[in-house]
Design a protein around this ligand. Structure first.
Ligand SMILES: [Mn+2]
Length: 246
C-alpha cells in the first residue's frame, strides 16, 4: 500500500483540505479518495488549539466508518478521551478550544459527539505497523525494542509523550530526549508531536510535525517515495513553539 502520512493537524481543517487536494485526493464522496488508491495515514493530534477540531474529527469518524482509517492517537487525543469519559482533566494546552466548540453545540449533539469520539478512540491502535513492519507510525515515536513487544505502560507513555525525562525546560515545556538520534532500527519510523520548521530526517526516522497550528506548515510524507508535500499555515506564527535540533 502507498501512504500519504499527515503530520499533527491540531484543528487546522482548511490546511488539511488544501494539503490532501494537492496530494490528489477528491472529497466528492465526503471522504478523501485517491484515484491511484493511495491511503491517508495520520500521526495523531488532529484536534486542540486550532480553529476546527470538531470538523476535523467528524471527517475522521467518517473515514473510520468507511474502514480505511490509519490513525494512531497522540497525547491530545488521549486527554480528550479522558474528558469524553467524564474524567476531571485540565482545560489547558488547547483542549479548551475543542471544549469551547463542543459547548456551542445543542446539549444532545454535544453528548452524541462525545460518545462517538469515545468509540472512535477505543478502536485506534497505539501505533501503526505497515508494509510488513517496514513502516511504523507512532505519535511521538517509539523505541526499537518496543516495536512488536507486548503493550506496556512505558510503551504507552513513550508513544504518546515521547522520551520524556520528567524534567521541564525553563518555559515549562517537558524536556524530551532526542531518541531519533540514537535509533538504529531498520523499520522506518514516522512521527510528529515536536514542532520543527522543516520535516526532520534522522537515521530511519521522520518527524513531520511542522507546527501548522503555530503558523508553520502542514506536511505530508509520501511513502514509499519519501517525498514531503507541505501547505503553509493560515495561523499566526509563534516562533518559540518550534524546537531546533543540532
Ligand atoms: Mn502531541
Amino acid at each position: 500500500m502507498k501512504f500519504d502520512i499527515i503530520g499533527d493537524i491540531h484543528g487546522c481543517y482548511d490546511e488539511f483540505l488544501q494539503l490532501i487536494q494537492e496530494l490528489g485526493y477528491s472529497m466528492s464522496t465526503g471522504i478523501p479518495i485517491h484515484p491511484e488508491g493511495r491511503n491517508l495515514a495520520f500521526v495523531g493530534d488532529a484536534m486542540d488549539r486550532g480553529p476546527d477540531s470538531l470538523r476535523m474529527l467528524k471527517l475522521l469518524f467518517k473515514i473510520q466508518k468507511n474502514k480505511n482509517l490509519f490513525y494512531s492517537p497522540g497525547n491530545h487525543c488521549n486527554k480528550f478521551y479522558r474528558y469524553a469519559k467524564g474524567n476531571q482533566v485540565q482545560l489547558t494546552h488547547g483542549l479548551e478550544t475543542t471544549v469551547a466548540e463542543l459547548d456551542a453545540l445543542p446539549k444532545e449533539e454535544r453528548k452524541d459527539f462525545l460518545s462517538m469520539y469515545s468509540r472512535f478512540y477505543e478502536a485506534l491502535p497505539l501505533y501503526q505497523s505497515h508494509d510488513d513492519g517496514n513502516l511504523i507510525i507512532a505519535h511521538a515515536g517509539i523505541r526499537e525494542d518496543m516495536i512488536g513487544a507486548a503493550r506496556s505502560e512505558k510503551m504507552r507513555v513513550f508513544v504518546l509523550y515521547g522520551d520524556i525525562t520528567g524534567k521541564k525546560l525553563p518555559d515549562g515545556r517537558p524536556l524530551r530526549r532526542d531518541w531519533a538520534k540514537h535509533y538504529k532500527g531498520n523499520a522506518y519510523i514516522v512521527y510528529g508531536h515536536t514542532p520543527v520548521t522543516d520535516a526532520r530526517f534522522v537515521n530511519n526516522t521522520a518527524n513531520i510535525d511542522t507546527g501548522c497550528v503555530f503558523g508553520g506548515k502542514l506536511t505530508a510524507l509520501r511513502y514509499p517515495e519519501m517525498k514531503t508535500v507541505s501547505v503553509p499555515s493560515r495561523q499566526p506564527f509563534v516562533p518559540e513553539k518550534f524546537t531546533s535540533f543540532d
